[in-house]
Design a protein around this ligand. Structure first.
Ligand code: LLP
Length: 414
């Protein structure tokens, strides 16, 4: 992304040009940013120690998955269809870990049939798995009793979380493993998402390693994802260089005591893909009330739900005039609900924006993660196209949906 002559460019192409070609609204991703996010992250760890499993729930477009496969990423998948998509996007079965939750045995059977490793997140599932596949190898998701995240919906560790086997129930795990002659080859944990401080991550790491030491047959310990990215201009990024150094030190020390080489795994989603994408939209309306100036756009929480769902801040730029006189506005979508406010930041929703005018193009930044992947067809509106830009070239990687796409599953229709 760059700014020239007060206008926004993506991969050297003016936003207006991209939108004229592919329409509005539109998700656009920059390939060079994706590659550099992956390379920066892996460079922080010693070669051979770390395996990165991209959390494809953040964004599962196969063109982006293929780039990550080329970079050497593996995959964290959560559903049968994610596994299928990863397999069809260039990943080998042995590069995929399936970590669902509240799974049916059928989902697990699917993974086993595909030779995809499963990571079991409950005692009930471990029992079912043991009955179905005795004398096999499997890994275990643990709740280390610690959670963190940018919003209460996004904390996945601690006593309020449904995920994983609570760390104080490990005795039961050991006896189930014994009963069904299961080899536990990995311990996994993921404490939350959008985490900005190293402390909870390192604290959870201690708890996870404390659990890991009682399992003699481990091949890996997986510390999940959760690495936050700065969405607000004043937000400081998580110091990944420092965190990766500390994680490496702690892990290599653990390996020495454990007595055998182990692989460290992490499962970043947001960190890799968040800064890669923007959602572009067009100003369709401006409505003034005694209190607010509403800037209406041709997208909404059907395409970017994070502001409405978590009060999450996404920086908004007027791509036609990046800096000009700023106005206090409320940026709102075209969904028929008053909660469809894209300029939220917690409970606040007034945003300074460069003098917006009808037909201006707005860019919602850092929308690569949990943007398109959480989009919906609410109000019977289609999801937008996705475009990849690289070295001055743009390429459609998913077309916009049509009326036929939205209506094809109806029975007795047409
Ligand atoms: N591993 C597991 C088991 C996960 O459940 C998740 C995310 C990740 C890894 C990747 O976490 P990340 O590195 O992206 O933080 N919709 C929310 C985020 C939900 C994340 C769910 N699990 C948002 O838009 O903030």
């Amino acid at each position: 992304m760059k700014i020239t002559d007060n206008k926004l460019y993506l991969g050297d192409i003016p936003v207006d040009t991209i939108m004229q070609e592919y329409g509005s609204p539109l998700y656009v991703y920059e390939e060079s940013v994706l590659r550099s996010q992956f390379r920066k992250l892996s460079a922080g760890f010693p070669r051979g120690l770390l395996e990165i499993h991209y959390a494809m729930k953040a964004n599962s477009n196969p063109s982006l998955l293929r780039i990550l496969a080329e970079e050497g990423s593996s995959i964290d998948a959560v559903s049968e269809f994610e596994v299928r998509l990863a397999l069809e996007s260039g990943f080998e079965a042995n590069q995929i870990i399936f970590t669902g939750n509240n799974n049916t045995l059928r989902e697990i059977e699917f993974c086993v049939e595909q030779n995809v490793s499963v990571n079991l997140g409950s005692l009930a599932l471990l029992e079912k798995y043991g009955e179905r596949y005795p004398e096999t190898t499997v890994s275990l998701r643990v709740n280390p009793g610690i959670g963190a995240g940018h919003h209460s919906h996004c904390i996945t560790g601690g006593p309020d979380s449904k995920f994983g086997v609570y760390y104080d129930q490990i005795e039961t795990v050991l006896s189930l493993a014994k009963k069904y002659k299961l080899t536990i080859n990995g311990i996994h944990s993921h404490i939350g998402t959008g985490i900005f401080s190293a402390e909870p991550m390192l604290e959870a790491m201690e708890m996870i390693l404390d659990v890991a030491k009682v399992f003699p047959d481990l091949q890996f310990v997986d510390f999940g994802g959760g690495f936050g990215i700065p969405y607000k201009p004043e937000q400081l990024p998580l110091d990944m260089e420092d965190l990766s150094k500390k994680m490496t030190e702690r892990f290599t020390n653990f390996i020495q005591h454990y007595g055998r080489d182990l692989l460290m795994k992490i499962e970043p989603g947001r960190l890799l893909i968040g800064p890669v994408g923007v959602l572009l939209a067009t100003v369709t309306n401006i409505t003034n009330t005694p209190k607010n100036s509403f800037v209406g756009v041709d997208t909404g929480f059907n395409h970017l739900v994070r502001p409405t769902m978590y009060g999450s801040y996404h920086k908004i730029l007027n791509a036609n005039r990046i800096s000009s006189t700023e106005k206090d506005v409320v940026v709102v979508g075209n969904i028929c609900e008053s909660g469809d406010i894209l300029s939220r930041s917690g409970d606040d929703f007034i945003r300074k924006l460069s003098s917006p005018a009808i037909d201006d193009r707005l860019a919602f930044l850092d929308a690569g993660a949990y943007g398109f992947s959480m989009s919906s067809q609410y109000n019977f509106r289609p999801r937008p196209a996705e475009v990849l830009v690289h070295q001055g070239q743009s390429r459609l990687i998913r077309r916009a949906e049509t009326f036929d796409d939205l209506s094809q599953c109806f029975v007795d229709f047409n």
